[in-house]
Design a protein around this ligand. Structure first.
Ligand SMILES: NC(=O)c1ccc[n+]([C@@H]2O[C@H](COP(=O)([O-])OP(=O)(O)OC[C@H]3O[C@@H](n4cnc5c(N)ncnc54)[C@H](O)[C@@H]3O)[C@@H](O)[C@H]2O)c1
Length: 344
């Protein structure tokens, strides 16, 4: 089958990972790039040898010549760019956060459905090797039915040097990082019926909250905690590891710092190393995230070539974005928020 041709919009900080990963993906490559900042456009175009370069996405769509678009811009532009892709009947990948509001995200899903084109949110954390290992251990039945979980990301890493815009928004950790952790909680324990959240801002130099604790009621009856922090000063910095605890009717799973996976079941305890591989272009400590970028882009390519909905389709991601909106609502009013009501 002919290789799929892609176009990438937004040549910023994270797009470098996406461009590296596209070079490793089997069955697709990037043929055109776009950034409204000519300097970023030149830097990425030169680094990855892409000749077709645009400062205006509308001009790139008008010229065409690609099978899908990879939108790697920040959230403010997502709705307009996804709708532009839909109007040209071009399948689209959109970075997280999917949209500024749940109603924008619903409109984006609707636009792509009407156009009959696939839409995937680049929600890559569930594709990390250690997270997949936890999912497989749970699916093996080793711990029985899970009734409790904890999904934890606590760090003191300086994310603001690479992504200065993160210090400026009214919202920070739930929208930027917690969104991944909430998605992992859904991926592992299933959809959520209601939640309660508390937030704090510890770092006085940023505008938004940098600590959040969220209690989730899953539709299965399981309860879980998603706790995220960029204000935790730890002896060994765990960035960017998500730590997981699961208790089930027959045993337990613990994914602890250093990618140590412990599965305790009726037949005994298995300890394994769930470390992600270090790809040739990756660098520690980001390699865990970088490998998941390759995995999600390969998944997209395979589904686009062979059919079938992606794991993190736009429709699926509405259920993660609803948790983000609910968490801010609950943190503001102190009350438990019904997720079904937000999604209707
Ligand atoms: N999935 C992950 O693991 C992960 C990690 C980091 C960042 N992100 C997400 O990636 C997105 C980008 O983040 P970043 O840190 O690379 O941001 P960035 O500001 O470094 O890069 C964004 C780029 O998009 C360009 N751009 C913005 N609007 C545009 C438009 N309408 N047309 C053309 N170009 C446009 C900007 O000029 C900039 O070069 C964010 O949504 C962020 O949340 C995801």
């Amino acid at each position: 089958m002919a290789e799929l041709k892609g176009a990438l919009i937004g040549c910023g900080f994270f797009a470098i990972n996406q461009m590296h990963a596209w070079q490793d993906v089997e069955g697709a490559s990037i043929v055109a790039i776009c950034d409204r900042d000519p300097e970023r456009l030149k830097l990425v175009g030169d680094q990855f040898g892409i000749e077709r370069r645009y400062t205006d996405a509308a001009a790139m769509f008008a010229d065409g010549g690609f099978d899908f678009v990879d939108i790697a811009t920040t959230v403010a532009s997502h709705r307009a760019l996804v709708e532009m892709a839909a109007s040209h009947k071009i399948p689209a990948i959109c970075q997280k956060p999917f949209a500024k509001t749940l109603s924008d995200a619903k409109a984006m899903v609707e636009a792509c459905a009407q156009a009959g084109v696939p839409l995937m949110v680049h929600e890559n954390f569930r594709w990390q090797t250690p997270i997949q290992a936890v999912k497989h251990a749970l699916q093996s039945g080793a711990i029985g039915e899970p009734f409790w979980g904890r999904f934890s990301f606590r760090s003191g890493y300086d994310v603001f040097s690479g992504q200065p815009y993160l210090a400026e928004g009214e919202r920070f950790i739930i929208e930027d990082l917690g969104i991944h952790t909430l998605d992992i909680a859904r991926f592992i324990l299933g959809d959520v019926s209601s939640l309660t959240a508390r937030t704090k801002r510890v770092n006085p130099k940023i505008k938004g909250e940098d600590v959040a604790t969220i209690l989730l009621d899953h539709e299965s009856g399981a309860t879980s905690i998603v706790d995220v922090s960029y204000a935790s000063k730890l002896a060994t910095e765990p960035f960017p590891e998500t730590l997981i605890e699961l208790d089930g009717t027959k045993g337990s799973i613990r994914l602890s710092q250093g990618y140590r996976l412990e599965v305790c079941g009726p037949d005994g305890v298995t300890i394994s190393d769930a470390s992600p591989p270090l790809l040739s272009w990756a660098s520690r400590p980001w390699h865990n995230i970088q490998e998941s970028v390759l995995a999600i882009q390969q998944h997209w390519t395979d589904r686009l070539a062979n059919g079938g909905e992606t794991s993190t389709s736009g429709a699926d991601n509405l259920k993660t974005l609803a948790l983000v909106e609910a968490a801010y609502e609950s943190a503001a009013n102190g009350k438990r928020v019904d997720i079904g009501a937000l999604l209707r």
